[in-house]
Design a protein around this ligand. Structure first.
Ligand code: FES
Length: 127
């Protein structure tokens, strides 16, 4: 569902793009937040919380809470509420903290065990 008309806002024409959610092709508008395109397609659960595996979706919608962390083009812990949609993106739900080492080719030197360090987040079980 999308807002098409608004009393004070205008919506400029944007190019439709195809992206892939867990292998399923979906359409969205180039430049809109990935989470907005997923929401418009009826997808509300964006990830599982790291400790208890609870479903998480939009919360702050401004990139501050980490409730929307997903794997985008193989990179974990992407805040999809602020990441812009592009043609051909591959978006997947994230279970737990994500595996940054897998995303960077299994490197060992960084000492990172998850993508949480990449964005300074994670472990927000109470959110
Ligand atoms: S919903 Fe809070 S960071 Fe995306």
């Amino acid at each position: 569902m999308r807002i098409r008309e608004h009393p004070i806002l205008t919506f400029p024409a944007r190019r439709k793009v195809t992206f892939f959610f867990e292998g399923r092709p979906l359409e969205g508008y180039e430049g809109e937040p990935i989470a907005a395109a997923l929401h418009a397609a009826g997808i509300r659960v964006l990830r599982e919380s790291p400790v208890l595996g609870r479903p998480r979706g939009f919360f702050c919608a401004v990139g501050n809470c980490s409730s929307c962390l997903m794997v985008v083009d193989g990179v974990p812990n992407v805040r999809v509420c602020v990441e812009k949609l592009r043609e051909g993106m591959r978006v997947e739900r994230q279970a737990g903290k994500g595996n940054l080492l897998a995303a960077v080719g299994g490197g060992r030197a960084s000492g990172l065990d998850s993508g949480a360090a990449l964005h300074g987040c994670g472990g927000e079980e109470g959110a």
